[in-house]
Design a binder for this molecule. Structure first.
Ligand SMILES: Cc1cc2nc3c(=O)[nH]c(=O)nc-3n(C[C@H](O)[C@H](O)[C@H](O)COP(=O)(O)O)c2cc1C
Length: 313
């Protein structure tokens, strides 16, 4: 039985990707607050998943971010600004005519101070609006007026647009929605994907908004420098189990947590990650391909196979 987590760090070090100390430091920092210093405009458009935005707002703040909530009129049908104000600790903006800003331009002021605009939930209607560059409400106006990577001037910083769609499965699979998604991506938006399962309308399929914890993981990953882009990283984690007979076996106390954290950090750094995991109940980091194994021999075979195409083991 063996666990390769510590040796994975050694190989990362040998590859010159980072020193062992800095990887471990990164993992320690990960356990602290990953979004400290980030200011996020959280935009809500009209959909049932607005209820998840409340939890997301809390999660972002817990992770160190400051959050400015902006809501469409549609979103206000599903969630009150009062709730979002209480959770974010800031007054919520809902109208482009809001006179609280001295120059009466919340669409400019609120977007310029943000590190990103995150639309969660993004309704089918709102994405269609964005696609056409419409700007008849504060949130769409703000998205259109945000500084883009290809447009920023002087010392200004771009404000990336992250989109978390949420809708009924028929709406999601409709060619119009899929067309809009493709166009939004090629216009520079960062699409966060959807979940699958039971929907509020009673149907089952794709189109659910990702859970707050999943979106948080995506936002944290988005901000990480992509130092491992184009690399395939293979990580082994957890214990192995050698069966003595059908009910007894020999194993070790590896929790797998270190290996899973390395896999997550590598994915956040832009790598394609394969995680070969012994028998542990640790959730798979988002975007990581997991192969479950049991015995040391299983782990060896899977590790050797995966290593064929790996840059880092
Ligand atoms: C009960 C109910 C639930 C809805 N849920 C969704 C949804 O999950 N996703 C979606 O795209 N539209 C949904 N809609 C439709 C939107 O609310 C509608 O398209 C609205 O115009 C969106 O406004 P906005 O994009 O300006 O916020 C729902 C409508 C109702 C009445």
């Amino acid at each position: 039985m063996f666990s390769c987590e510590k040796s994975s760090i050694k190989v990362l070090k040998r590859e010159g990707c980072s020193s062992k100390k800095s990887i471990v430091l990164k993992l320690i920092v990960r356990n602290m607050q990953s979004l400290t210093g980030k200011h996020i405009v959280l935009g809500l458009s009209g959909g049932i998943a607005c209820y998840k935005a409340a939890e997301l707002c809390r999660a972002l703040i817990k992770e160190g971010a400051t959050v400015q909530v902006v809501m469409t009129e549609g979103a206000e049908q599903f969630m009150t600004p009062v709730t979002m104000q209480a959770l974010s600790g800031r007054t919520v903006y809902t109208s482009q005519w809001d006179a609280r800003q001295e120059n009466n331009m919340p669409h400019i002021n609120l977007s310029r101070e943000a590190d990103c605009i995150l639309i969660a939930p993004a309704s089918a209607d709102f994405m269609a609006k964005l696609l056409h560059g419409r700007a008849d409400d504060l949130l769409s106006l703000m998205c259109l007026a945000r500084p883009r990577e290809d447009s920023v001037q002087g010392g200004a910083k771009p404000v990336p647009l992250l989109i978390a769609p949420a809708m009924n499965r028929e709406m999601w699979s409709h060619p119009a929605t899929q067309r809009n998604l493709q166009q939004l991506a090629s216009d520079g938006a960062h699409l966060l994907g959807v979940g699958s399962g039971f929907q509020a309308c009673g149907e089952t399929g794709d189109g659910r908004m990702l859970e707050a914890a999943e979106l948080l993981e995506e936002v944290i990953a988005f901000f990480q420098p992509k130092t491992l882009a184009g690399k395939h990283v293979v990580v082994t984690a957890g214990p192995t189990y050698e069966a003595i007979d059908p009910v007894r076996g020999i194993t070790n106390l590896s929790s797998g947590k270190m290996g899973f954290a390395i896999a997550r950090a590598a994915r956040e750094a832009g790598a394609e990650v394969t995680l070969i995991a012994g028998p542990v109940h640790v959730p798979t980091p988002r975007g990581v391909a997991r192969i479950d194994v049991k015995s040391a021999q299983n782990m060896l075979v899977s590790g050797v196979n995966a290593a064929q195409s790996a840059h880092i083991l």
